[in-house]
Design a protein around this ligand. Structure first.
Ligand code: TYD
Ligand code: MG
Length: 471
């Protein structure tokens, strides 16, 4: 097995050791082992003839030099929305996501779109696919601009030489785990290699003003030797997510030094690539059916954009087995809390039953504002009675079952009104705004359940159906 040649040397006698120890085994000196410098050529702000700017001395904050930071749009609308306008020259962006989710497609579309803008040339270094494969994909996406260059290599120095030749405004490395610096002996994809390569690429980006995107694979569990270790090294971290069985893909900025983080872009993966979703709420609610127990609509807020999502709950007998909890698209820990609150504060027997909670359309909603919708969906399924079709709900549920305010209620209500909703179950003192929605205020989850009629006795035959909506 290849072993890293990097180790430790004793500052006192020079003896080498493969790992750190408190005391040098050769001369007995304490605290003398220091890590070796990486072997091979020193980082050459990568081959570029353009010099790295020298840091200036300290200056008062008010007099600190200001350079204009102008983001240039890539031309891919949803990507630009997430980046607060576009890519800043010299910035490094990490694009993480599970394999197969569409990262290569996204960066290729960004590169081909950016070529037609002000950015000029783009260079896509593909370390995982051949140039032919990428060209075929570009043909499928319907864009082959002459200013978009491709280079297939797994060697970092070769990639940087190519970048020096092309002098692109946008450099894409696909992926950071498949590229390696020959002077580092650990294999491509290892933590050391990934960090070294990212560091050199970041230096290159800063020295040359090249906006750089690094693609990184993340596993469901988090990462292997992955992008998470790079987050501090880069200016922007984007995560590309979605359910592979659905066409919807979301792009979120979890860190952004040049604008607001938390903004979400939405795409649909189609035969001819990713297309921006202009009205995602309408798409997410398209298949919603009236009269279905266990379904609740809620206006989620991802970044500044409100998004109407349908949350579904299903309660089924566990038949004496260990009750199962399956959660898709929502937070498992919040669902666990809500089930405990339903049992203890609302007198609803969910503890011994199988409970399934899912968002519709493969969208992920992790904010606590979804608590009320989850609670009502589960209660609705348990009672076998639907919630009113024209009502939405939102609110955070505390451990005491109390309902708490959430951020930007007016924005959420306005989006619901735009989509034709007429009523809303909300925490007490929620400002109504201009939406015109009829508000049903509740102080607790139990009050909300009572307000929508789920605590009332079940309708008996002959009585009007509960499907009419008790709210
Ligand atoms: P890809 O961009 O290769 O994913 P990643 O780089 O994250 O591993 O895309 C993978 C999937 O996207 C692949 O299974 C096929 C699908 N796809 C489409 O549905 N339409 C398209 O136009 C393209 C290019 C890909
Ligand atoms: Mg790929």
């Amino acid at each position: 097995m290849a072993r890293s040649s990097r180790g430790y040397s004793c500052a006192s006698c020079g003896a080498r050791s493969p790992r750190w120890a408190g005391r040098c085994a050769a001369c007995g000196e304490w605290n003398a082992l220091v890590e070796d410098e990486p072997p091979g050529p020193p980082p050459r702000a990568a081959l570029s003839s353009r010099a790295v700017p020298r840091p200036e001395g300290p200056s008062p904050l008010s007099e600190a030099p200001l350079r204009a930071v102008e983001a240039a749009p890539t031309g891919l609308g949803e990507l630009d929305r997430v980046l607060s306008g576009g890519l800043v020259p010299g910035s490094v962006t990490l694009l993480g996501g599970e394999p197969g989710i569409g990262k290569s497609t996204l960066v290729l579309q960004a590169a081909t779109a950016a070529c037609s803008g002000e950015r000029g040339r783009c260079l896509v270094v593909t370390a995982e696919e051949s140039v032919e494969q990428v060209r075929r994909r570009a043909e499928r996406l319907g864009s082959l601009p002459g200013d978009c260059y491709l280079f297939s290599t797994g060697d970092l120095m070769a990639a940087l030489e190519a970048a020096d030749k092309v002098a692109p405004g946008l450099l894409v490395i696909d992926s950071i785990q498949a590229i390696a610096d020959g002077s580092v002996s650990s294999p491509a994809g290892s933590a050391t290699q990934v960090r070294e390569c990212a560091q050199l690429l970041a230096q290159y980006a800063k020295a040359t003003g090249t906006a750089t995107i690094l693609v990184g694979h993340v596993t469901k569990e988090g990462s292997l030797a992955g992008p998470r270790t790079l987050e501090h090294l880069v200016d922007t971290v984007l995560y590309f997510e979605g359910d592979r069985h659905h066409a919807l893909r979301s792009l979120v900025a979890v860190k952004h030094r040049y604008g607001a983080a938390g903004e979400m872009g939405l795409f649909e993966m189609r035969e001819d690539g990713l297309s921006s979703l202009d009205d995602p709420s309408a798409l997410l609610l398209a298949d919603r059916q009236a009269g279905l127990p266990g379904s609740a609509a809620m206006p989620a807020l991802e970044g500044r954009r409100p998004l109407l999502v349908e949350l579904q709950g299903l309660v089924a007998p566990a038949h004496g087995q260990q009750p199962r909890r399956v959660v898709q698209g929502a937070s498992s820990s919040r669902v666990a809390i809500l089930l405990a609150v339903l049992e203890r504060c609302c007198d609803l027997p969910v503890g011994a039953a199988d409970v399934f909670v899912s968002t519709v359309g493969g969208i992920k909603v992790s904010e606590p504002a979804a608590d009320l919708a989850i609670g009502l969906a589960v209660a609705s399924s348990l009672r076998g009675r639907p919630l009113a079709f024209d009502a939405i709900c939102f609110g955070e549920v505390g451990l005491g079952g109390e309902l708490r305010q959430v951020s930007r209620p007016e924005r959420r209500l306005a989006e619901a009104a735009r989509l034709g909703f007429r009523r809303a179950v909300v925490p007490r003192n929620t400002p109504a705004g201009q939406s015109g929605l009829e508000l049903e205020e509740a102080g607790s989850l139990a009050e909300a359940i009572a307000a929508v009629g789920l605590l009332a006795p079940l309708a008996v035959a002959g009585e009007p159906s509960a499907a009419a909506g008790a709210l």
